[in-house]
Design a protein around this ligand. Structure first.
Ligand SMILES: NC(=O)c1ccc[n+]([C@@H]2O[C@H](COP(=O)([O-])OP(=O)(O)OC[C@H]3O[C@@H](n4cnc5c(N)ncnc54)[C@H](OP(=O)(O)O)[C@@H]3O)[C@@H](O)[C@H]2O)c1
Length: 323
């Protein structure tokens, strides 16, 4: 496993991290299977785990807590997220900062996460959604300083809403942001335009999330794909998006070198960019951990393939299904 610096935190995190949304909130999750996958990750050198209180209202955090307990002698890095007080996603410029992230709410959710994880201090806390109209409001900046001064968190960041990669640039420019989490994959290349250069300038760590576009870039979707009632993916992969996603995945498969799978090409595309610190596929199964660790060990893609994949950029606008 290779390790990369997570911006100004100074932590060397595994370039493959472990995403933990699915095991908290998606249908078909089995805690024992998820724990096995988490253990396999640690055995194979993964040291970065991404969770959030909202992933099953603490379910995902508690799974991570039990992993941390089992490996208390190993330095594992964790990121968790504070939900907006309104639980509305995504954030909008007309929302008020004080309705979404008042300082007492930040403290309350840091305490909840500490308790779920069995920790006294959180490595990294991200706001689970953001609008940059709030960047210059000193109340969040003061709240972050307080959380750090009290020793409750070590680093602070923003998880940027889907398909709005530039909607945290002003916050980064305040100097209060240590890390951002953003969607970046073969389709969603837009963070390269403005976000990554700013992150570089301010030495902000980059977590590339949703490396498989929620499943499209694993190549497993078909026009008949559907999930049990209540699974978020039914909304995301509505008929229109499913049709387009399957079509685009098929086009990509034509570009795959003979000895490479689509998930491997997807992960290696992301990690070919040195602006990325880590990428965090959702992994609920040991076989996916094994496959993804093996894939990233093959390193950067060839330049010619990266240039070819540039043509598969897919710029999308947030919509009611993209949440
Ligand atoms: N707003 C936010 O902050 C936010 C939003 C979304 C995601 N995230 C974070 O980013 C992480 C990653 O995103 P995601 O989980 O939504 O989507 P994703 O990583 O793009 O895709 C996850 C899907 O890929 C499958 N998969 C993983 N490795 C595979 C492989 N080698 N072969 C075939 N299938 C494979 C998973 O299988 P299984 O179903 O079997 O696990 C799962 O269905 C999340 O888990 C979460 O930690 C954050």
């Amino acid at each position: 496993m290779n390790y990369r610096m997570l911006g100004k935190t100074g932590w060397k995190v595994s370039e493959l991290g472990h995403g933990m949304w699915g095991m908290g909130s998606w249908t078909g999750s089995d805690d024992k299977e998820s724990l096995n996958a988490l253990h396999r990750s640690v055995e194979l050198g993964v040291n970065f785990f991404d969770t959030a209180w909202v992933y099953g209202n603490g379910r995902s955090e508690k799974l991570l807590g039990s992993l941390l307990k089992a490996y208390h002698n190993k330095r594992l890095y964790i990121a968790t997220k504070i939900p907006p007080k309104s639980f509305r996603y995504p954030m909008k410029p007309e929302y008020k900062l004080n309705d979404e992230y008042p300082s007492d709410h930040l403290v309350e959710y840091v305490q909840r996460s500490l308790s779920n994880l069995g920790l006294e201090k959180l490595d990294l806390v991200l706001l689970h959604g953001w609008d940059d109209v709030w960047a210059d409001d000193e109340s969040w900046q003061k709240a972050v300083m307080d959380l750090k001064r009290k020793g409750l968190i070590q680093a602070f960041g923003i998880s940027i809403d889907r398909w709005e990669p530039e909607n945290a640039i002003k916050a980064i420019q305040t100097g209060f942001i240590d890390v951002v989490e953003v969607i970046y994959n073969i389709f969603d290349q837009a963070p390269e335009d403005k976000l990554f250069p700013i992150c570089k300038e301010f030495n902000v760590g980059v977590i590339a999330r949703v490396p498989f576009d929620e499943g499209t870039l694993t190549g497993s979707l078909t026009l008949n794909s559907h999930w049990p009632v209540g699974d978020w993916r039914n909304k995301y992969f509505n008929p229109e998006n499913l049709l387009e996603s399957v079509k685009r995945a098929k086009e990509l498969e034509k570009k795959m070198p003979p000895d490479m799978s689509l998930p491997e090409m997807a992960l290696r595309f992301i990690l070919s960019n040195t602006d990325v610190s880590t990428t965090i596929p959702g992994m609920r199964k040991v076989k996916n951990v094994d496959g993804n660790v093996k894939a990233v060990k093959n390193g950067s893609l060839k330049k010619e393939l990266i240039s070819e994949l540039r043509n598969h950029r897919w710029d999308r606008k947030p919509n009611p299904s993209s949440g």
